[in-house]
Each structure stands twice: as C-alpha cells, then as structure tokens.
Design a protein around this ligand. Structure first.
Ligand code: PLP
Length: 430
C-alpha cells in the first residue's frame, strides 16, 4: 500500500502542529506508524491522499451516522449557507433542530446549543454546580467527557481518592473537586456518596462507555447511579455525546429507560459540523443565563449550517434506519468473533448497537482496569493489518468503532475477510 504522500504531509504537519495533528488521537500514537491524510469521503468509504480506499469505521469519531456526504445533509447545509453562515442572532433552524430533539427525548425539556461536546459537558457541570450550590462532581474511571479542566481527571485507586489532574495545566485545586469511582461498581459509588454526599453537585457518566473501548453497563448500574443521585440531592448527568441519536432515536437514555436531570450531546447531533448541546429539566435549565444567573455563551452557538446538518441527519434516522444499523453491526460482530476463533486469538467483542470494540483479552472487559489489561501489542498488529486490507478502524484499543446507515453487506464481508488475515497477524504477537 502506497503511503508516500501521507508521510510527506505528516512531516510538514509535524512542523506546524504539536505532534502533527489538531487532536491527539489522530496521531496513531496508540498503534505506531503514520496517520493517513484523508482526501475525501463518500458514504461508508474514505480515500487517503495516496488513493487508498478504506471502509470507514471511525466516521469522524462518530458523527457520520448517515455516512459521508449524504445528499440530504449536503442539500440542507447548502441551503443554509446560501442564506448566511452566521448571524449572532436567533434563527429559525435552531427551533427546527430543538423540536426534533425534544420530540425524540422528552426529558430534554429545554436545551442550549453549543459548538462541541467539550463545551456541552463543561457547561453542564457549571450548571449542576450553580443549581445545587455544591462544588464536587463524580466521574468514572475511563469515561472521557472532553478536554475541559474539571473532567480531565483520572481515577485514583481508592474509592475516596481525590482526583489527580490528568494533564499539566489543570490546577490541583480544580481537580480535587472531581471524585472518581470504577465504572460498573455501584458499591464504590455508594462509598463516595457516604463520605462526600452533601458536597456532590452531580455524577456524570457515559451510559455506554466508548472511550475505554466499548464497556457495557451492567443491568441495574445506570438506574442505581440515578437512585444514589436522587437520594443525596445530586444531579444525574448522562453524557450522550457519543451515544446520543446513535444507540436509538432516544439515545442511550431511550434504550435503557433513563430520565436524567441533564444530558449532553455532540457528534451525531451535528452530523459532522461542529455542534454540541446540553439540556434537561426545565427548572434546572431555567437557571442558565439570561433566564437565570449561571453564565454560558458562545458566538457561533446555534450556527445555522450546523443546525441544518443535524436536522437533516436526525430526520434520516428513522426506526428502519436504526434496525438496519443493528442488523449490519450484529453481522460484523459475528464475523469478527468467528474470524478471531479461526485464528485462535482470544478476544472479547463488546457491542451495543452500532458501537463496538474487539478487546484482545481472554477475560470479560467491563471497566477501565479490565480494559487496560488487554494486549495492546496484538491490537496494534491487528489494526495495521486491517488498514493494509482496507478497513479503517480507530487507531487505539481504547476506542469504539462505529457503523453508519451507508455501510453495506459488501463492506461487512470485505471487513470480515480482512479480519481473517489481521487476526492471524495478531496471533504472531505475544
Ligand atoms: C462521551 C464524550 N463526551 C465528550 C466528548 C468531547 O466532545 P468534543 O470532542 O466534541 O469536544 C467526547 C469526545 O469524544 C465523548 O466521547
């Protein structure tokens, strides 16, 4: 496979951007090698600058649920652009998208549009703190909620461990207000609440984790977290940046029957344009400026082209579209499991709907610790062999692969054929 042009561009990029990229995970650090520079995309395929064509399972890290360049999305965005690309004033397309969101997720009684998932989660945390008058928040080890200071904290080992900043530049004074607990462990969360309950403003979680690879919530876990929040007067924030409008029309909350206090969105809600949103209980959202005193603002928030893209994509996501995604995803998962078994490579395939991860482990993977125990060298060999054979997976063991409604049975067959070779390569690695 030719990669000269990607390599040349990466050399230039390294001189222009830290690590050659504008967002870290694109740099292939988890698997080694040179990232491919993408020239164009269409449907379920992307093509790099050297002309290599791949079935795309990254989908811009999730947003492209109807595939790349869907004609309906392009048409609505072009219409919006012709009318003006930004006004800094209210415009009708904000209402159209918001009404669609609330129709599918009635628990989002009021919302605010922002421009990224990070903006959505950091804003939701501020709102929870402002509403409750409390400073501490709880997150789970391995859940990623964007690059904002209060959420860039990893778990310590003990249940009551005060957060340690995950990055230089996050003040220890900020991080100490972020408490952590292991995902899928209600007992641990209960202990955090017993110790600090009256100072906890909110618990935030990924309802299905995508950022440690896919981790599936155990039966009763999500409901249990919500019950503990209620008992202690904390808000329950479900971060649906990845799962929202992907796992069902009602997102993960719709799938698991949750009615959270606040929800955050990103990715699919903008169909590839920069959009995020947070929303939920009317009494909480009415505390947000200018209705209330909790400040939140954005020059490009509710941008008409971004609203148009989200609106077009959500309209395309009918019940039949979700059924198609489920059938394709199940077929891919079955094919990958069979290919791994053929190559005698022990794997765990975690999947919810159109999010899936192949973990190189012989034990169930259900939290950050069991995910970290996976064989990342094997994953690296598997990833590169898949790439070589035309399947573009996320370049890390700790990420979710996504499918779109543009994927076809042929794409899945081509991917499973590549996986037969790739698992055989992985088997050679200790
Ligand atoms: C669950 C979750 N929350 C928040 C974010 C941050 O979103 P963004 O990258 O748009 O800022 C991400 C990004 O991957 C995410 O997966």
């Amino acid at each position: 496979m030719k990669t000269e042009l990607s390599q040349k561009l990466f050399e230039k990029a390294n001189d222009l951007f830290p690590g050659g990229v504008n967002s870290p995970v694109r740099a292939f650090k988890g698997v080694g090698g040179t990232p491919r520079f993408i020239a164009r995309a269409r449907g379920s395929h992307i093509v790099d600058v050297d002309g290599n064509d791949y079935v795309d399972y990254v989908l811009s890290w999730g947003p492209m649920i109807v595939g790349h360049c869907h004609p309906e999305v392009m048409r609505e965005v072009q219409d919006a652009m012709k009318e003006g690309s930004s006004f800094g004033a209210p415009s009708p397309r904000e209402i159209l998208l918001a009404e669609l969101v609330r129709e599918r997720m009635p628990w989002v009684e009021k919302m605010r549009f922002v421009s990224s998932g990070t903006e959505a989660t950091t804003s939701a945390i501020r709102v929870a703190r402002g509403f409750t008058g409390r400073d501490d928040i709880v997150k789970f080890d391995g859940c990623y909620h964007g690059a904002g200071d209060p959420l860039l904290v990893k778990a310590g080992s003990g249940v009551e461990t005060l957060g340690l900043p995950d990055s230089p530049g996050v003040p220890a004074d900020v991080a100490r207000h972020t408490l952590t607990a292991p995902y899928n462990d209600l007992g641990a969360l209960e202990k955090v609440f017993e110790a600090k309950g009256s100072s906890i403003a909110a618990v935030i979680l990924e309802p299905v984790v995508g950022n440690m690879g896919v981790l599936v919530p155990r039966p009763g876990f999500l409901e249990g977290v919500h019950a503990l929040c209620r008992k202690h007067g904390a808000l329950f924030i479900v971060d649906e940046v990845m799962t929202g409008f992907r796992l069902s029309a009602g997102g993960a909350c719709g799938l698991y029957g949750l009615r959270p206090d606040l929800v955050t969105f990103g990715k699919v809600i903008g169909a590839g344009l920069p959009v995020g949103a947070f929303g939920g209980r009317r009494d909480v959202m009415d505390r947000v400026a200018p209705a209330g005193p909790i400040y939140q603002a954005g020059t490009l928030s509710g941008n008409p082209m971004a609203m148009a893209a989200g609106h077009a994509a959500l309209k395309l996501m009918t019940e039949a579209a979700y059924r198609k995604l489920e059938t394709l995803s199940a077929a891919l998962a079955d094919g990958l499991v069979a290919a791994a078994a053929e190559a005698k490579v022990p794997v765990q395939l975690n999947r919810v709907g159109s999010m899936l991860t192949v973990f190189f482990s012989d034990r169930p993977v259900f939290d950050a610790a069991s995910a970290r125990a996976c064989n990342t060298r094997r994953f690296g060999a598997f990833f590169h062999a898949m790439l070589e054979h035309g399947a573009y997976l996320p370049p890390s063991q700790f990420e979710a692969a996504f499918l779109s409604t543009a994927h076809t049975d042929d794409d899945v067959a081509r991917t499973v054929a590549a996986a037969r070779v790739a698992f055989a390569e992985a088997a050679k690695v200790a």
